[in-house]
Design a protein. Structure first.
Length: 277
């Protein structure tokens, strides 16, 4: 996801291809039974507001004494609130609706999310609609994450889930602190990152049919690195954004939410594959 005047977001969800067969796990390669397609979702955040969100380097927001310019209105407080709300929506949806959704429907849900966000990458999102989208998408992804996690838990591999979650928390916190304090921007990489993202999407869809464990591992490894970079980039964008409204905050929060989820699911797949070798 990229951005000239507008910003491109990104999101991804690992798809569980089929229910986990505990008996088969001991007899067949890991990838044949728990192949997950890492399908990054390109999402371009656009606004109908004629006043585009402006980003100002942190150095330009501070006085000679190091104090933040009082004219700068930080949006990060709203973003934090939105991310918390999105996590809550995803969790509640997973716990309430997850057990009711047949695993065979998850593929359709995942593809619908991918298709929807791809369309959104090329259209303007109304400020009135943005907050609604910012909650609907996490609800759908909550179901996808529920199925993925359930397969590991049912296989007695809860430790893998815990390791992936802990690793995600550590990586996100570290990158967020680094991005917030750093004056070095990777904004210039956005075009290349988006191209890599599209490549991963193509490989992920291909691997749904090939079900190659090694390819799945490569995709997940590349995805983990890519979304780590997106975390760094998005945190700096939020830090430097000079627009404090609900629509803007909800869209930037959605990208952070998707960054975190994608990083977690990629790490989960990596740890799952490596644990069987």
């Amino acid at each position: 996801m990229i951005r000239p005047a507008h910003t491109k977001g990104h999101s991804a969800a690992l798809l569980q291809q089929q229910p986990l067969d505990l008996a088969a796990l001991t007899a067949e390669p890991w990838g044949n039974n728990l192949t997950q397609a890492n399908i990054p979702i390109p999402y371009k955040r656009t606004f109908t507001n004629p006043n585009e969100p402006r980003r100002t380097p942190m150095s330009a927001l501070t006085s000679t004494t190091g104090a933040i310019d009082s004219s700068f209105t930080p949006v990060y407080k709203r973003v934090i609130g939105w991310v918390a709300a999105q996590m809550a929506v995803a969790t509640l949806t997973a716990l309430i609706l997850g057990p009711m959704i047949p695993p065979t429907m998850i593929m359709g849900i995942n593809l619908a999310v991918v298709a929807g966000l791809i369309v959104m990458s090329f259209v303007r999102v109304s400020p009135r609609v943005a907050p609604v989208i910012a909650l609907i998408v996490p609800a759908a992804i909550g179901l996808i994450v529920y199925v993925s996690i359930s397969h590991y838990l049912n296989a007695g591999m809860g430790n893998i889930v815990i390791m992936a979650a802990a690793s995600t928390m550590v990586i996100f916190t570290t990158l967020a602190v680094m991005a917030w304090r750093s004056e070095r921007s990777i904004e210039g990489w956005s075009g290349k990152m988006f191209a890599i993202l599209l490549g991963l999407i193509a490989l992920s869809i291909l691997n749904i049919f090939l079900k190659m464990t090694m390819l799945s591992l490569i995709i997940s490894g590349a995805g983990a690195v890519l979304f780590s970079l997106y975390i760094f980039m998005d945190i700096q964008r939020i830090r430097d954004l000079r627009q404090d409204d609900n629509a803007t905050a909800s869209m930037y929060a959605l990208n952070i939410f998707l960054d975190i989820v994608n990083l977690f699911l990629n790490l989960l797949n990596i740890l799952g594959i490596l644990s069987r070798r």
